[in-house]
Design a binder for this molecule. Structure first.
Ligand code: PMT
Length: 222
């Protein structure tokens, strides 16, 4: 039975990919399965938190005791997070939000009108949810971001931590043998403005608990 060190804390977690429609039948997305964010939501509930999960489309069932708000696009995720954030003591952004969306999604299915027809895709930028949250942070709110990196982990993590203005950044080693997208295991290194707090490997539920140990420690520092 885990410690109830998050009892009385309200935590908002985002998970999964977003889908950016091209037309009613096609979309742009990424390989996030939602496993990391769902593991965090499950671990938080076990540790006594009141958990709200804003989730992109995934094929996982919602962990017991967790309230889930399903969304599809980055714009919908942004709206849901902005609405829910007022109640949150801690926000953890494990979602892989699409940075770009098709500028003019078709209202009807794109058709090949001629044999050599190739449509040109123009994109717009999606809102940066983590950046917005950090810029308008509520007093006492603790904000954790994620980053998936293939190299120069420390440099990229420190840079992202500062640019986004988060309190903690969880850097995933992705690629080759490292877990990350889709797998059941992950390897992360945890950074705060004070520096690295170490590297953690294991199942996503073990990694979730390691992350929460660090969050609990940071949150109780006056
Ligand atoms: O879902 P799984 O298959 O279990 O995989 C887990 C994961 C690899 C998706 C997850 O652990 C992870 O690393 N998520 C962040 C992925 C990422 O690459 O994020 P980023 O570097 O594009 O963005 C950095 C941070 O800003 C993230 O916290 C992201 O949620 C946030 N962001 C990004 C873009 C945007 N428009 N809005 C955001 O809030």
């Amino acid at each position: 039975e885990p410690r109830k060190d998050f009892a009385g804390k309200r935590v908002l977690v985002s998970a999964g990919p977003t889908r950016e429609p091209l037309d009613p039948v096609r979309y742009l997305s990424n390989h996030s399965s939602g496993k990391m964010g769902y593991a965090l939501a499950q671990a938080l509930y076990q540790r006594g938190a009141e958990v709200t999960l804003v989730s992109g489309p995934v094929s996982l069932s919602v962990p017991y005791g967790v309230r889930c708000i399903p969304v599809e696009t980055a714009t919908q995720m942004h709206a849901a997070i902005m609405e829910q954030r007022h109640h949150a003591d801690v926000i953890i952004k494990a979602a892989a939000v699409a940075d770009f969306a098709p500028a003019e999604p078709g209202s009807i299915k794109w058709k090949k009108t001629r044999e050599d027809d190739v449509p040109t895709l123009s994109l717009t930028r999606n809102p940066d949810i983590l950046h917005t949250l950090c810029q308008s942070r509520q007093p006492g709110q603790y904000i954790v971001g994620f980053a998936a990196e293939t190299h120069d982990l420390e440099r990229h993590a420190r840079e992202k931590l500062q640019r986004k203005g988060a309190d903690m950044l969880i850097a995933n080693l992705v690629g080759a043998d490292h877990g990350g997208f889709g797998r059941d295991e992950n390897t992360v290194e945890i950074f705060t403005p004070a520096g690295s707090h170490g590297q953690f490997s294991g199942s996503k539920i073990q990694v979730a608990h390691a992350i929460l140990d660090q969050v609990a420690m940071q949150c109780t520092v006056p």
